[in-house]
Design a protein around this ligand. Structure first.
Ligand code: NAD
Ligand code: ZN
Length: 342
């Protein structure tokens, strides 16, 4: 089968012929239909410090996908061939304290597909049945292919109650844009999104942000005045990984404000801890998706009218993957989809 492989310890990815994956008794074999390109795939493509430390070579990359089940292991009873499914990209151990308690998103032994085990940028992928999410036929196929990052947005946006609250999202990447749509859908009043990229800020507007702020030219304090907010943001969602964005957020929160932090900083960030202490802020790290509460909420919110379709801005055939990576790296895109029907 064809697969996109990190073959060399250098910049780039290679479309290779590799053996089809085998399934164990508890696994399903999925024929991949569409995939989404993630920031993680860009790190791997660029072969940055994180990728060099993390990715064994060769590795089939990619983890955002939708496809059709074509084979099931002898122990699998809940899935059938023909089912349309996505995969939860974190394969957990199932045996640690958190896994045993049903807190699988907190497993300390998580393996990532397309990172530590063969990924989804391929014609076929094999996954344990416990990592498979069955899609209702009402879910659009392109949207189904990005349930993984959509899940990051939903997990973050629903971590603290947003009904009637004023929300600040720093970073209008695809995940920040989807989080804006989710926060609005979940009943937030103002959803203010910041970025330093006007293209991305326009995208956030299309996904329903109340106000989009280019922090290079505008101050959040002025924006709050403009919106008639007197006491600061109630809920913050950090989705840039940028130290200035995080510091700005801490300064703009109401006393007792709650921050969900998804963005991955490239190093340590110094903040004014007095603000955290005296303003009694909560900062909570967010990783992955809740298994499978986040997946459930994603499906149900789409069925109840949430529209994240505009976040998908480009589509390419998998053989044109270079174009997809190029547009991702330009910063002038939302989600980029690759079609794996050869
Ligand atoms: P992205 O890189 O596409 O988006 C980040 C955005 O932040 C960009 O548009 C960038 O212009 C913007 N930005 C840069 N400096 C800024 C500043 N000073 N103020 C405001 N915005 C600024 O990333 P994404 O795919 O949307 O993901 C969002 C973040 O979440 C990334 O940091 C990513 O690494 C992280 N992530 C975390 C998890 C997790 O499980 N914790 C999962 C997926 C992604
Ligand atoms: Zn575990």
């Amino acid at each position: 089968m064809k697969a996109l492989v990190k073959r060399e310890r250098e910049v780039g990815l290679w479309m290779e012929d590799v053996p089809e994956p085998k399934i164990g008794i508890n696994d399903v074999l999925i024929r991949v239909d569409r995939t989404g390109i993630c920031g993680t795939d860009i790190h791997i493509y660029k072969w940055d410090d994180w990728a060099q430390k993390t990715i064994p070579v060769p590795m089939v990359v990619g983890h955002e996908f939708v496809g059709e089940i074509v084979d099931i292991g002898s122990n699998v009873s809940d899935f059938r061939t023909g089912d349309i499914v996505s995969g939860e990209g974190h394969v957990v151990c199932g045996r640690c304290r958190n896994c045993m308690a049903g807190r699988r998103h907190l497993c300390a032994h998580t393996k990532g597909i397309g990172v530590n085990r063969p990924g989804a940028f391929a014609q076929y992928i094999s996954l344990p049945m416990t990592n498979v999410w069955h899609h209702d036929h009402s879910i659009d196929r392109d949207v189904a292919s990005i349930f993984d990052p959509f899940g990051n947005a939903v997990h973050t946006a629903l971590t603290f109650p947003v009904l009637g609250e004023d929300v600040l999202i720093t970073g209008a990447g695809p995940i920040g844009c989807m989080a804006a749509a989710v926060a609005k859908h979940a009943g937030a009043r103002h959803v203010v999104v910041t970025d330093v990229n006007p293209w991305r800020l326009d995208l956030a507007k299309k996904l329903g942000a109340t106000l989009c702020v280019d922090v290079r030219t505008e101050k959040l304090a002025d924006v709050q005045r403009e919106l008639g907010m007197r006491e600061g943001f109630d809920v913050g969602m950090e989705m840039s990984g940028n130290p200035d964005a995080f510091r700005d957020m801490i300064n703009q929160m109401n006393h007792g404000g709650r921050i969900a932090m998804l963005g991955i900083p490239s190093g340590e960030i110094a903040i004014d801890w007095n603000k955290v202490v005296f303003n009694m802020l909560t900062v909570k790290g967010i990783y992955g998706r809740r298994m499978y509460e986040t997946w459930y909420k994603m499906t149900v919110m789409l069925q109840s009218g949430l529209d994240i379709y505009p976040v998908i801005t480009h589509r390419f055939h998998c053989l044109d993957f270079e174009k997809g990576f190029e547009v991702m790296m330009s910063g002038q895109s939302g989600k980029v989809i690759l079609d794996w029907n050869l």
